[in-house]
Design a protein around this ligand. Structure first.
Ligand SMILES: O=C(O)/C=C/C(=O)CC(=O)CC(=O)O
Ligand code: CA
Ligand code: MG
Length: 536
């Protein structure tokens, strides 16, 4: 039976009375501090206001200040009895027949705020973040790509949940722009590594467990009690720069290829809300060692989807549809394994599942797999596409399907920032690009040009570099116009110059022309500059 709230909830909404996910919101009023809330339909329910009104009257919460905090850490650290008490109070207060909030106009106005009028922040202060590698399909695909089919999955993978220690400081909430990372890479077939913006920016469809009560240093959590240490789940995108990652990860694992950004959804859906959607986890063969054996090994049936919105007007593609139930290692096994050496977890720590790929080609959880490391481009709006470009917005979503309702996570989205936007907002970025153009001119000077054809090419390339400097200045100076207008003008100027200067076949076919192209790609790596320099 569908629970009914006095707050109207559309059947397609991710946030009915059965869900009640937790977040931290900031109201439009500058003076109001961030506060805990839950989502109900299109509203947030301010738990600080509810607590101030004395409505959390159970034994664990009535004298607690856990809802007057700027993060959920204190509440999640209180453990399952407090979570259950809060859930039952909130569910009652919001139910259709309960007059306490429904019929109190002042309290209603204070506690129920339209979601589109508030800003959602990171729900927790994340002290530590670990990312697992728990989908067998993902592990196998990566293994085939990197090591070939004969030893795709390393022998340890079936015996323990593999993970790496991630970077907590760069975890951001959905809606935060991402800056394309720069780093070292070493393309196959090249003799030297280069430095520049990543050419293989990727997303990873993941979910992550939010740790509730932690454990004392030296005291592992038993796998049968691990669920009591998990408050809930969020959607997570572990952005990955595949070129940087491939060059750096042997022998100590991922480092700068992943630590530049990780996005999570603002809503934490509790394990209590997910309970009705639990399902059997895959059978594990060989049976793991006793400390990882669960009597009931549970996953959750959560449908997941990734869409990408490109800068082409209104262009959106669904890239993949997967499901949380495909994970081989459960979140409780992950947590038990994490603590088995005595390592202590703390409230608010985040445990990523790893990329959640399924068995079908349509259920792969990252572009690395979907394009087979760039070998099989996808088609975006009719154009071939291997990895993410500036301005692409990646949107993860996920929900459980109940009978007449959904228990969902909302969205987890992030956009790789447009370079023009960066130039305008960041003086250092403009300087960096100017320096790159200057060094390009210097380098051009060192290309010998005795042959008249080469001299001619050099002259044309240097004119184009000067043209680029002018464009850069124009973009940076023109602060009054909107971004859209700026983009339109930028593209127009680029096209104009392409037509005017780069019409000569020789520029594209000479060694110098190709050298310039490679150099600019490494230095800038962004779409319009590349196209401009390539003249295509
Ligand atoms: O199988 C390998 O050698 C490496 C695999 C990966 O690094 C995959 C990866 O990006 C890990 C992740 O899903 O975060
Ligand atoms: Ca990952
Ligand atoms: Mg990442």
């Amino acid at each position: 039976m569908v629970l009914k709230s006095f707050v109207e909830v559309n059947p397609e909404s991710h946030f009915p009375l059965e869900n009640l996910p937790y977040g931290i919101f900031k109201s439009g009023n500058e003076a109001d501090p961030p506060r805990p809330c839950i989502a109900i339909g299109d509203f947030v329910f301010n738990l600080s206001a509810v607590s101030s009104a004395g409505l959390f009257n159970g034994p664990l919460l009535q004298n607690s200040d856990c809802f007057h905090q700027t993060s959920l850490n204190k509440f999640v650290g209180m453990g399952r009895p407090a979570w259950k008490e809060a859930r039952s109070t909130i569910q009652k207060l919001l139910s259709f027949d309960e007059p306490t909030v429904r019929d109190n106009a002042t309290l209603r106005e204070e506690s129920l705020l339209p979601m589109n009028k508030v800003q959602m922040l990171l729900p927790i202060v994340i002290g530590d973040y670990t990312d697992f590698f728990s989908s067998m399909y993902h592990a196998r695909n990566c293994g085939i790509m990197f090591r070939g089919p004969d030893n795709a999955i390393q022998p340890n993978w079936f015996n323990l949940p593999i993970a790496y220690h991630g970077r907590a400081s760069s975890i951001v909430v959905s809606g935060t722009d991402l800056i394309r990372p720069r780093g070292q890479a070493h393309p196959v077939g090249s003799s030297t590594p280069y430095f520049g913006p990543s050419r293989k920016l990727d997303f990873e469809l993941e979910m992550a467990a939010v740790v509730g009560p932690g454990n004392e240093l030296g005291k592992p959590v038993d796998v049968t009690e691990a669920a009591d240490h998990i408050f809930g789940l969020v959607l997570m995108n572990d952005w990955s720069a595949r070129d940087i990652q491939a060059w750096e990860y042997v022998p100590l694992g991922p480092f700068l290829g992943k630590s530049f950004g990780t996005t999570i959804s603002p809503w934490i859906v509790t394990l209590d809300a997910l309970g009705p959607f639990s399902c059997d986890a895959p059978k594990q063969e060989p049976q793991p060692l006793p400390y990882l054996v669960e009597k009931n090994s549970k996953n959750y049936d959560i449908s997941l989807e990734v869409r990408v919105k490109t800068t082409a007007p209104e262009h959106e593609s669904v890239l993949t549809k997967s499901n949380f139930k495909h994970l081989y290692w459960t979140i409780t096994q992950q947590l038990a394994h994490h603590t088995i050496n005595g390592c202590n977890l703390r409230p608010g720590d985040l445990l990523g599942t790893g990329t959640i790929s399924g068995p079908e080609p349509e259920s792969l959880g990252c572009l690395l797999e979907l394009t087979w490391n760039g070998k099989n481009p996808l088609s975006f709006n009719g154009l071939p596409r291997m990895f993410l470009e500036d301005g692409d917005e990646v949107v993860l979503t996920g929900f459980c399907k109940g009978d007449g309702y959904k228990v969902g996570f909302g969205t987890c989205s992030g956009k790789s920032q447009e370079t023009v936007d960066l130039i305008r907002s960041n003086e250092k970025e403009k300087l960096r690009m100017n320096e790159a153009l200057m060094s390009l001119l210097l380098r051009l000077d060192s290309v010998p040009g005795i042959d008249p054809t080469v001299r001619e090419v050099r002259r044309k390339v240097s004119r184009r570099i000067v043209g680029l400097q002018e464009i850069l200045d124009a973009v940076a100076d023109s602060r009054v116009e909107g971004l859209q207008e700026m983009m339109r003008k930028w593209e127009e100027v680029v096209v104009e110059m392409e037509e005017g200067v780069w019409e000569d076949e020789r520029c594209r076919t000479t060694v110098e022309g190709r050298e310039m192209e490679r150099f600019c790609f490494e230095k800038f790596g962004f779409r319009c500059m590349e196209r401009f320099l390539r003249g295509v």
